[in-house]
Design a protein around this ligand. Sequence first.
Ligand code: AMP
Length: 114
Amino acid sequence: MADCVFCKIAQGQIPSEIVYEDDNVVAFRDINPQAKVHIIIVPKRHINPMNEIDEKQAKIMSDIFLAAKEIAKRQKIEQRGFRMIVNVGADSGQEIEHLHLHLLGGEKLGKLVG
Ligand code: AMP
């Protein structure tokens, strides 16, 4: 999508620190990190909102989660733990309208729920 920051990062049109890439997914460090490790994982193809995902497209969610698992390993935080967050829509404060998973860790995180 023409004006989407995450599409531009995925296409290499905006510089970013890429930490993972495969055929369907790219991941890079958040420009404004909220934890020692803060990585954004996005589908290469523009998808938003999450509500648009149907059964045919659902595989992208497993692609993203498998990427998160691999990234946690590469960042050496898979043993101590991490958090994954998807903001969806206005009430969540979602700023960028391209489906993305936040992966946070590398330090003790304050509990949000549970
Ligand atoms: P959200 O509020 O869930 O839409 O989160 C968007 C995230 O993208 C925020 O944490 C921003 O700091 C991050 N972000 C925005 N622009 C960039 C960029 N050019 N490179 C890396 N992260 C970005």
